[in-house]
Design a binder for this molecule. Structure first.
Ligand code: GLU
Length: 477
């Protein structure tokens, strides 16, 4: 059997972090088994459709390096990979089921269905279609179908159980009596998810459907459809759902869910994938940090745990920092280019990098931490005084002396070591090193946390440093 896996996201406007997670597992499983990984766009729910959203998904997957072998933008032998371009196929398959007596036309109005559901809910029952049109004579239904708005429903087998051997969870069984006569084709002519997913997974020779646990209750419907068509179903594997640290379902309110957000914040794709690998799966050597190839080599579905994996942004940041620290300067500078402060030349970026690389966990922090090198900060005098813990006049006097000391150093000697020696000569009893250097730090950088002060001053250069120090003195009296 050739392994073929797929993800089938819907273009609703964002590329969801859950799609990255499911994508990674499908990708890894396909790669581990010499198979193919496919991207299909499921856009039959026209109410949720956002034009252009497909591209957001493609871009996110390419950024992550989850390269699919077949998909709308890369083509493939089973094209088209977009459901809205396959409508005739679904209709044809639905009609085939009606012909075979496994599906039927339903003419019930929305008003009737709503009334029926309300009644059932009031009676404490689970709302389900009551089967009115199931009883219509096929010949009569066929006539009405030409004239009246209708849907097509699956004629669910009422007796017995539907079960499958889930590759992650073992046997899962549902009583057929709990399964509704699922709508397959809506009144707008579009297929529902259930019909389209089954037709496409079959037609695209998908061997393993690896998807989130929120689809478990759909699987018996899908299996019934496979049965009705007389097709062999794929292997199903339902992954756990990512959770917030408070164990609630991963949601926008508590955790960013858009892949683009992670990209914009300066997470590295390899760190994000590594972190996602740890969701519900553990490396055999208990490693936290490992490559995608290592994951592929060790991954198997039966090792995926179903206990809710916690997606913790703090841990991800830590891991991202670890990836940043191990990159060489050139690679890191390439990654940093979108996060480099405006006006910073590549040469300057290369000089400041060693000062901050140990301190950044996100690429975007590079901008925050180095912007002062190219943009002279506005430093309110209150902030200077809160560091100096002296009066304005005393602080001014100290900074003047300090500035004078630095001013005596020749430009070509304006180096960290020399600067530090000079700086230290201004330390006295009530101007401890911390107090003095924090005062100077805020004066020249506008920040209380920066790379080592004298390395920073060396890069700023003599002229710029002295000007910044004088600007601050001019505010003090
Ligand atoms: N279109 C579904 C989604 O948005 C696909 C679910 C499945 O994998 O069957 O996730």
């Amino acid at each position: 059997m050739t392994v073929r896996t797929r993800i089938a996201p819907s273009p609703t406007g964002i590329a969801h972090i859950g799609t990255a997670y499911i994508g990674l597992l499908n990708f890894a499983f396909a790669r581990a088994n010499g198979g193919k990984f496919i991207l299909r766009i499921e856009d039959t729910d026209r109410e949720r459709y956002v034009p252009g959203a497909e591209k957001i998904i493609f871009d996110a997957m390419h950024w992550l390096g989850l390269d699919y072998d077949e998909g709308p933008d890369v083509g493939g032998p089973y094209a088209p990979y977009v459901q809205s371009k396959r409508l005739a196929l679904y209709r044809q398959h639905a009609e085939e089921l009606v012909e075979k007596g496994n599906a039927y036309y339903c003419f019930c109005s929305q008003a009737r269905l709503t009334e029926m559901r309300e009644r059932q809910t009031k009676e404490g029952k689970i709302p389900m279609y009551d089967g009115t049109c199931r009883k219509l004579k096929p010949a009569i239904a066929k006539e009405r179908e030409k004239l009246e708005p209708h849907v097509i429903r699956l004629k669910v087998i009422r007796e017995g159980k539907t079960q499958w051997d889930d590759a992650i969870r073992g046997t899962i069984a549902f009583e057929n009596s709990s399964i509704d006569d699922q709508v397959l084709v809506k009144s707008d002519g579009y297929p529902t998810y259930h019909l389209a997913v089954v037709v496409d997974d079959h037609r695209m020779d998908i061997s393993h459907v690896i998807r989130g646990e929120e689809w478990i209750s759909s699987t018996p419907k899908h299996l019934m459809l496979y049965g009705a068509f007389g097709w062999k179903p794929p292997v199903f594997a339902h992954t756990p759902l990512l959770r917030n640290p408070d164990r609630s379902k991963l949601s926008k309110r508590r955790n960013p869910v858009s892949i683009l957000w992670y990209q914009e914040q300066g997470y590295l794709p390899q760190a994000l994938l590594n972190y996602l690998s740890l969701m519900g799966w553990a490396h055999p050597q208990e490693l936290d940090k490992f490559s995608r190839e290592d994951f592929i080599a060790n991954f198997s579905l039966d090792k995926v745990k179903t206990t809710a994996p916690i997606f913790d942004l703090e841990k991800l940041r830590w891991l991202n920092g670890a990836y940043i620290r191990e990159m060489d300067d050139s690679d890191l500078l390439t990654e940093l280019s979108p996060f480099t402060p405006k006006g910073m030349t590549p040469t300057l970026a290369r000089r400041v990098l060693p000062l901050v690389r140990e301190r950044i966990r996100l690429l975007s922090e590079f901008n925050d931490q180095t912007e002062f090198f190219v943009t002279r900060p506005e430093v309110p005098k209150e902030e200077v005084l809160s560091q100096s813990k002296h009066t304005g006049a005393e602080t001014k006097q100290k900074l003047q002396a300090f500035t004078g000391g630095l001013g005596k150093i020749k430009s070509e000697d304006f180096k960290a070591k020399r600067l530090e020696e000079t700086g230290r000569s201004f330390v006295e009893k009530d101007w401890s090193p911390t107090r003095l250097f924090m005062t100077v730090r805020i004066a020249v950088t506008g920040k209380t946390a920066t790379p080592p002060l004298f390395d920073t001053i060396e890069i700023l250069g003599k002229k710029e440093t002295l000007e910044r120090l004088r600007d601050v003195q001019n505010q003090l009296r």
